[in-house]
Design a protein around this ligand. Structure first.
Ligand SMILES: *Cc1c(COP(=O)(O)O)cnc(C)c1O
Length: 392
């Protein structure tokens, strides 16, 4: 089908919940994509941090197709090998105790919130279900995770929202103490606010929050849906902050392009969910689990060191270009935010870059780069030269 044919079908039959760019992507290889007209693009998006090993990775395809040929799905009423293995691969290197799977980030966060509330109910009884989250955060699109999201623009239309969330300013411990109360059971936050604009929390602040949680017997819940699975140059960003959370959610990059996610629990709440208290039909699907095992096996120390080096390289190169429309860069590893200077909008710049053959994302008022973790030097340089040629 031609682009026009696809677009017309989409316009007629698809609910318009997205403002799309005028490109229909057809296939990919590494960090390069081709649209239906055969035009080539360098990918600095990885489908919003999902295709962590790029496109058509040989080992990933083998893991997926072998599992598909063996067992595509079975309910959570039975054991499967990929499911048990991926749980081990997540818990052992992180010091977390056990894990429950889901299909998306929002569901993983829902499970994490349920875990915190039930833990508190088991310990203290009713009336202690409030979760403090941070302003400018993003935790998902379900009614409850929208309520957890600390941005007013997400709190329209869909009333009534789930109650039991209060918001504090990021990097301000007094603000957090100011909204504390006897009804609080947990603090939930992203270590780098992703959708909010790639805003890393200060190390010192994060340690103060962890201490406060300890003192008040609140759970520390870390949303690593975007930062996790190697994106920041560690398996999880919390390891770079040197904290041990009570629960950690993950999704996006784990299965390298298939829907998968989950919540890992620490020792304190490892036995909170008992049979019947939480569940999912698809969560833990064997194909997605097998893909996740393969992805996690790639993320050894040298691989993660390369993610950090590539991130440093990209940021240094972007800043060195001194483009009139772009300002400073932020982030960790291959989670990179670029400021957009006054007089330009991120949407307009993203549109121009995409038209020139470089896929980029926006976040907050800036641009965001989340390339496949396997992006090569040559692919990065091609992306940078498009950046220079288009915005220079
Ligand atoms: C993307 C994202 C989510 C939501 O994940 P979905 O898979 O879209 O439900 C939640 N939290 C963070 C930090 C995210 O980046």
């Amino acid at each position: 089908m031609t682009f026009e044919e696809i677009k017309n079908l989409d316009e007629q039959y698809v609910i318009h919940a997205y403002s799309r760019f005028p490109v229909a992507i057809d296939r990919g290889q590494g960090a390069v994509l081709w649209d239906v007209n055969g035009k080539e693009y360098i990918d600095f998006t990885a489908g919003i941090g999902v295709t962590s090993l790029g496109y058509a990775d040989e080992g990933w395809m083998k893991a997926v197709t072998e599992q598909a040929a063996k067992l595509s799905h079975i309910s959570n009423l039975f054991y499967t090998e990929p499911y048990a293995k991926v749980a081990q691969k997540l818990c052992v290197p992180t010091g977390m105790s056990n894990v429950m799977f889901s299909n998306s980030g929002a569901e993983a966060n829902e499970a994490m919130i349920k875990l915190a509330r039930k833990w508190s109910f088991d310990q203290y009884g009713k009336g202690r279900g409030t979760v403090i989250t941070l302003r400018n955060s993003f935790h998902g699109r379900t009614i409850t995770t929208l309520a957890a999201t600390g941005q007013d623009k997400f709190h329209d239309y869909f009333f009534p929202f789930t109650e039991g969330f209060r918001y504090a300013d990021a990097n301000d411990i007094d603000s957090l103490e100011g909204v504390a109360g006897h009804d609080v059971c947990a603090v939930m936050m992203e270590l780098i606010q992703g959708e909010g604009g790639v805003l890393p929390l200060d190390q010192e602040y994060v340690h103060k929050v962890a201490d406060l949680c300890e003192k008040r017997d609140w759970l520390l819940l870390i949303d690593e849906v975007q930062t996790g699975i190697g994106r920041t140059g560690a398996l999880f960003a919390f390891q770079q902050y040197d904290i041990q959370p009570d629960a950690v959610s993950f999704a996006k990059g784990i299965a390298g392009g298939l829907p998968f996610g989950g919540v890992m629990s620490g020792e304190k709440c490892r036995d909170v969910f008992t049979p019947g208290t939480h569940g999912t039909t698809f969560g833990g699907n064997p194909i997605a689990a097998a893909a996740s095992c393969y992805v996690l096996d790639q993320l050894d120390a040298p691989f993660l060191a390369q993610v950090r080096e590539k991130g440093d390289y990209l940021r240094a190169q972007v800043e060195e270009l001194e483009l009139p429309c772009l300002g400073k860069t932020r982030g960790m590893g291959l989670m990179i935010g670029v400021e957009v200077n006054e007089g330009w909008t991120n949407r307009e710049l993203a549109g121009r870059l995409i038209e020139s053959g470089l896929l980029v994302l926006t976040a907050g008022p800036g641009l965001r780069f989340l390339p496949p973790l396997t992006i090569t030097q040559e692919e990065m340089d091609r992306g940078l030269s498009i950046l220079k040629g288009t915005l220079g």
